[in-house]
Write a protein that binds this ligand. Structure first.
Ligand code: COA
Length: 338
């Protein structure tokens, strides 16, 4: 039985049970990833950007189930944004291959269809059962990125400090814990807007105007994800020439997520990319002493960025793919006899 579920009002026992299922999934699908903690998990599941909606459903174990009575065995949520629904499904390893994943997607897909959306997108981690699952449902691969992980224990901090200062004359770096300061937010948004064409895929839209950017930072904070930013400022114009963003999530505070790194076209070739990323790692080392790893996602075609990441010590880990499907086709397929 799949039922709609609101993480805002869910009992603490349900949140704890979902966390257990998530960690059981991670242990089999991504055993190198740190397990999640409960801090801000409810907020992580509830909070959205203005204009977006997230709808969730769960399946619980039957009261008679062996040792798992009432446990949340499966969960699906769909984030409705723009003209796309972004789906996430989770089935406990002990409950897989019984059709539960398919049931969860069916319920979510019907709702997305009723709400008038055209397509559903999903992030799929390479070398996990999710690949065969989504392909069996007719999802097609749109975009592939590589996730890379940097182990901080292997970093040469002296060399890194040199990288952080190896920047062309006329630029200086600024560390901004929490987000860009108010007086720089417009320049920050301009830098992001300028490189939007080469930005990553559609499932992780960035924010290009100052208001949207503030909303996005507020949303991150509410979800328990602490942003850190390093800016490269062009002294002559005061423009933001480059920026890099890292988020430390309360749910897995030993592994940070490196988000966007951007160097504006006119300012390329001055070592800004390497310097801002190196400075970020140096700052994180003192601001977040519990941190042991940083992960990042890059398009495989982005050779310049991959080269800098390799110099910093990032090691490619997995393919991270975006799949999508036409909603009407998906609903039709799921309603047909299997
Ligand atoms: C992907 C996932 C949702 C599938 O759940 P499930 O309940 O096992 O899926 P179903 O039983 O509904 O399977 C439907 C179909 O998908 C395909 N499929 C699912 N798992 C498969 C596997 N391991 N190998 C091959 N095909 C598979 C099959 O075609 C299956 O139909 P069949 O069993 O009749 O052959 C589940 O494995 C999961 O939760 N994975 C983690 C997803 C995730 O987001 N992780 C993020 C952190 S890694």
């Amino acid at each position: 039985m799949v039922r709609e579920w609101d993480p805002r009002t869910a009992s603490s026992a349900e949140i704890a049970s979902l966390l257990d299922t998530l960690n059981a999934v991670l242990a089999v699908d991504l055993p190198q990833d740190p397990p999640w903690q409960e801090s801000s998990l409810r907020e992580y599941l509830s909070e959205v950007m203005p204009g977006e909606r997230r709808i969730s459903w769960v399946t619980q174990a039957e009261p008679a189930a062996n040792g798992m009575a009432g446990a949340i065995l499966g969960q699906v949520h769909v984030l409705l944004l723009g003209d796309i629904g972004v789906l996430e499904v989770l089935v406990h390893p002990a409950a897989r291959r019984t059709g539960l994943g398919r049931d969860l997607v069916r319920v979510a897909a019907r709702r997305v269809y009723q709400e008038g959306f055209q397509s559903i997108g999903v992030e799929v981690v390479g070398d996990t059962p999710a690949v065969a699952f989504y392909e069996s449902l007719g999802f097609a691969r749109e975009y592939v990125e590589t996730r890379s992980v940097l182990e901080l224990s292997g970093v040469d901090w002296v060399e890194l400090a040199e990288m952080a200062t190896g920047i062309g004359a006329g630029y200086h770096l600024e560390f901004c814990p929490g987000g860009p300061p108010d007086d720089l937010i417009e320049a920050y948004a301009r830098a992001k807007a300028e490189v939007r064409d080469v930005d990553d895929g559609e499932l992780r839209p960035s924010s290009y105007d100052p208001e949207r950017l503030r909303d996005s930072l507020d949303c991150l904070h509410r979800r328990g994800m602490k942003p850190y930013i390093v800016l490269a400022l062009h002294e002559q114009t005061g423009e933001v020439a480059g920026l890099t963003e890292v988020v430390v999530p309360a749910q897995h505070p030993t592994r940070a997520d490196q988000y966007d790194t951007i160097v504006v076209q006119d300012h390329r070739g001055y070592g800004i990319d390497r310097a801002i990323k190196a400075r970020m790692l140096l700052e994180l080392r003192s601001a977040e002493p519990q941190l042991t790893e940083v992960q990042t996602w890059n398009a495989q075609a982005n050779e310049a960025m991959l080269k800098v990441n390799a110099e910093l010590g990032y090691r490619p880990d997995r393919e991270w793919c975006e799949y999508s499907v036409d909603v009407a086709e998906l609903v039709h397929r799921l309603d047909a006899p299997h």
